[in-house]
Design a protein around this ligand. Sequence first.
Ligand code: C2E
Ligand code: CA
Ligand code: CA
Ligand code: CA
Length: 277
Amino acid sequence: AKQSGRNRYGFFTADLQARTARALQIENALRRALERQQFELHYQPQVSLGTGQVVGAEALLRWHHPELGVVAPAEFIPVAENSGQIVALGEWVLHTAARDAKRWLDMQLPLRAVSVNLSAVQFRHPQLPEMVTRCLQQAGLPARRLELELTEGAAVDDPVAALAMMDQLHDRGVRLSMDDFGTGYSSLSCLKRFQIYKLKIDQSFVRDLDDDANDRAIVSAIIRMAQALGMQTTAEGVETDGQLQFLRAQGCDEGQGYLFSRPLPADAFEAYLRAMK
Ligand code: C2E
Ligand code: CA
Ligand code: CA
Ligand code: CA
């Protein structure tokens, strides 16, 4: 038993070393990735469950590295957060998404707003409001056309600072949504005071809606709470018609997921919008 215990420990450290080596490799490659133009934004439509119309699009970051291949955001975003590189990368994302949205609006394509994910590290950065305004001005995009997605983690560490940051962003006219809602620890009393326009119901609650009565109860409670607080709701990860029917019957405002469309490269998303017109 002792022997196998040691073996397992050996495997564990080898695995840990491999993962650390990969993280270092990613961190080094990230340094040059921006100037080498290895990033791209994909856009996933957000659809009104009432009308079926596209109301928004979430910008999702993709990294194509010549040797590492396509690296998933779940793998490189945490590395970029730890190294501080997320600040420059986040500015590139905002700049690019604002420019793309402005182009689509100028083409009269049916899109109300573009949503951009903000990391907790960006959210704590004192220059964030200036950066957001700068990107909007450079692109010529009105602030109300931009939505910033925060996670609960960004707000709970320091609720007082978070409240002040949300007020500043709200005063500049951008909308804030709470991403992955239900997976974090934000208290309902905080939620009430935050300038949050929309709750995004995490896909972990949506996935099993067709056969899990608990998930149905949770989702319907979130929707009713949001309605009571005057907030919009978007369900994430909608994949089946059964999920769609349930969400619509509960009064969820919007859905996002493979049922409507996968995230698409900018040109494909533009074609998608044209077909919707
Ligand atoms: P998220 O913000 O919760 O984004 C939704 C994720 O769910 C995306 O994964 C999307 O591709 C995926 N998804 C959409 N519809 C479905 C569906 O019907 N079924 C399933 N199973 N998945 C679906 P992705 O693109 O891999 O992004 C993962 C996470 O990386 C995002 O989660 C977000 O937290 C982060 N991320 C992506 N882009 C950015 C960015 O520009 N900045 C920051 N800070 N984080 C980003
Ligand atoms: Ca998001
Ligand atoms: Ca989410
Ligand atoms: Ca997520």
